[in-house]
Write a protein that binds this ligand. Structure first.
Ligand SMILES: [Zn+2]
Length: 389
């Protein structure tokens, strides 16, 4: 799979002549097939090339300028009509900052329409492509890193239909299956990871998208935006969990269903109903600290469960807006930040148990050392160590 050089062995005319003239030679007599020298060269997978470009946030125009080629040439490479030669590949390696092996990987490119994401309409298509491509890179790493590990995903086998189409009941059945104690879920990330759902977070550089999940992968991997407030991140995780467990394909209403699932999963009706009795604006903050969800989500839940009227809900929303909490609720009420561990543990497993060093991991994952460090937080650790000295 790895191609470190690009040897080129064309058939020579003499060789062809020799074979023609030497029909019935020794090899034929022995019944041995004469091996034709293969044309060996790096095969650039167009999907890997497109993914690399999107990860770096380049349009075709940007990249072709940086490569010093026409957009037509790049477009033909990306559609597989022509392939870059040795010089072109060297430029790709240089400009896109991926090792050569990256471009020959069997990567299936992210199909945007197949990805569930929570985003605002304002987010531009190219920014979305870049974020999704970066997530895809993590997903690709997950597939490789779980190959050597004894890795099990523990998902309930029943579906929404087996719960009579009732999302509330389904969410309760999932909690029961995972033996979640009643009341608030203290560490949602830990719960998901305990059951083999890998959680990845990185800074999307925008607050216009919360997270996403790509269905149909061997190891489920939820990607979320570390830039968002912790309460939003928890809701986003539960929302993506809803997609993972409920939706095999995209259809109208999936977003609403995933939101309902998240609400019910984080705030079960039976467990929260007493907290909503005589709900006042003043009590919202304390409930937020207890349940680890936003005050807005609490009001919405109370209204959905018909434990407060629409008028009461409207009044509470007005209060939240008045205090400037519609965009960011107070930092002092934030639940603790939940740091995903599972993916990094898989990297550490390769290093500690399988004897890989960082360079070996780079080769496995087809990234440069700087990128490995950035993606897996090695950089931060070095900084901390340095500060301690
Ligand atoms: Zn969604």
């Amino acid at each position: 799979m790895l191609h470190h050089s690009i040897p080129h062995f064309p058939h020579s005319k003499n060789e062809k002549d020799y074979r023609t003239k030497s029909g019935g030679g020794l090899n034929d007599y022995l019944g041995v097939c004469v091996m034709k020298p293969e044309i060996m060269r790096l095969i650039v997978n167009p999907d890997a090339l497109i993914l690399a470009r999107e990860i770096r946030g380049f349009s075709q125009t940007d990249l072709s300028k940086r490569l010093g080629i026409t957009q037509t040439t790049l477009s033909k490479w990306e559609s597989g009509i022509t392939e870059p030669k040795e010089r072109g590949i060297a430029k790709l390696v240089d400009v896109l900052n991926f090792p050569q092996e990256f471009f020959s990987q069997q990567i299936r490119r992210l199909l945007t329409s197949a990805v569930y994401h929570r985003r605002r309409q304002k987010l531009g298509a190219s920014a979305l492509r870049m974020i999704e491509a970066q997530g895809k890179l993590y997903q690709f790493h997950v597939n490789k890193l779980t190959l050597s590990a004894d890795f099990k995903v523990n998902l309930p086998s029943y579906d929404l239909e087996s719960c009579g189409g009732n999302v509330e009941q389904f969410a309760m059945a999932v909690r029961h299956y995972w033996k979640v104690a009643s009341g608030p879920i203290r560490n949602l990330t830990g719960l998901l990871e305990k059951n083999g759902i890998i959680t990845v977070d990185f800074d999307f550089q925008t607050e216009l998208i919360d997270g996403f999940f790509e269905p149909g992968t061997d190891t489920p991997c939820v990607i979320k935006n570390s830039r968002m407030p912790p309460d939003r991140q928890r809701f986003s995780l539960a929302h993506e969990l809803g997609h993972l467990l409920l939706h095999d394909f995209m259809h109208d209403g999936v977003e609403e269903e995933a939101n309902s699932f998240a609400s019910a999963f984080l705030m079960p009706a039976e467990d929260i109903k007493d907290d909503f009795k005589n709900l006042t604006y003043k009590r919202l903050g304390r409930l937020k600290q207890s349940w680890g969800v936003s005050m807005k989500a609490l009001v919405y839940r109370a209204k959905t469960l018909k434990l407060i009227s629409s008028n009461q809900a409207r009044y509470l929303y007005v209060q939240l807006n008045r205090d400037g909490y519609s965009k960011r609720e107070p930092l002092s009420l934030d639940p603790p930040i939940e740091k995903p561990r599972l993916l990094r543990n898989l990297v550490d497993f390769h290093m500690k148990d399988l004897g890989y060093n960082q360079e070996d991991i780079c080769e496995l994952l087809c990234v440069q050392l700087w990128e490995l460090r950035k993606m897996y937080g090695f950089e931060d650790e070095n900084k901390v160590k340095f500060q301690l000295v």
